[in-house]
Design a protein. Structure first.
Length: 199
């Protein structure tokens, strides 16, 4: 069977329309290009300056993770108190990225985009802003960590040039005092660390 978009062998089918698709035309969740094409949201990305935007980040952190603190690289961060870039559609905060310095590196502590604004390039744009900030500060690398169940985040960061370099077994389970269930009902135990050099 051939891909609906080229002459390659189809090894997946689109979860939306059922068309056969090849490895090149599949996303992390099998979906073809036709079904993933949407009109782009108009947004701007700016450095966090306004108190109301900081309050919105606090709300988003609670919405996405159910707590205000994030564990990353053996440190606990209060996300809403960190420097950040925000993506806005009109006056609404559609997403954000919070970051912190650690020695000669810059850590992406939290990245969240509201579901209705995902798939428009906002996440990539936010990470690009962090890369610019890392260069401005003279950082050697950008670091990010995620939980072992967050396959979409792993795919996203690797698509931007990040590489997994370390796994910290059971760090997340120990933080919460138990093994929780996460994406795809996977047990949430480990912190996966990724890095990208800043040139």
């Amino acid at each position: 069977m051939r891909c609906a978009h080229c002459s390659e062998n189809a090894v997946y089918k689109c979860n939306v329309c059922g068309k056969p698709i090849c490895s090149e035309h599949v996303s992390l969740r099998p979906i073809c290009n036709t079904c993933s094409s949407r009109s782009a949201a108009r947004y701007i990305v700016e450095k966090l300056r306004l108190l109301r935007d900081q309050k919105k980040i606090k709300e988003l952190v609670q919405f996405f993770w159910g707590e205000q603190e994030q564990l990353a690289f053996d440190k606990v961060f209060r996300v809403a108190e960190l420097p950040a870039f925000v993506a806005k559609v009109g006056k609404e905060v559609a997403g954000f990225v919070s970051f912190a310095g650690m020695r000669n590196d810059l850590i992406v502590v939290a990245l969240g985009i509201l579901p209705e604004y995902q798939g428009f390039g906002i996440g990539s744009n936010l990470i690009a802003k962090v890369e610019g900030e890392a260069r401005r500060l003279g950082s050697r690398r950008i670091l990010v960590s995620t939980s072992n169940d967050d396959l979409p985040a792993l795919a996203f960061y690797q698509s931007l040039g990040f590489q997994i370099y370390e796994v910290k077994p059971n760090v997340i389970a120990e933080k919460h005092g138990s093994v929780m269930r996460g994406i795809g009902n996977l047990p949430v135990r480990d912190e996966l660390r990724l890095r990208k050099s800043v040139h």
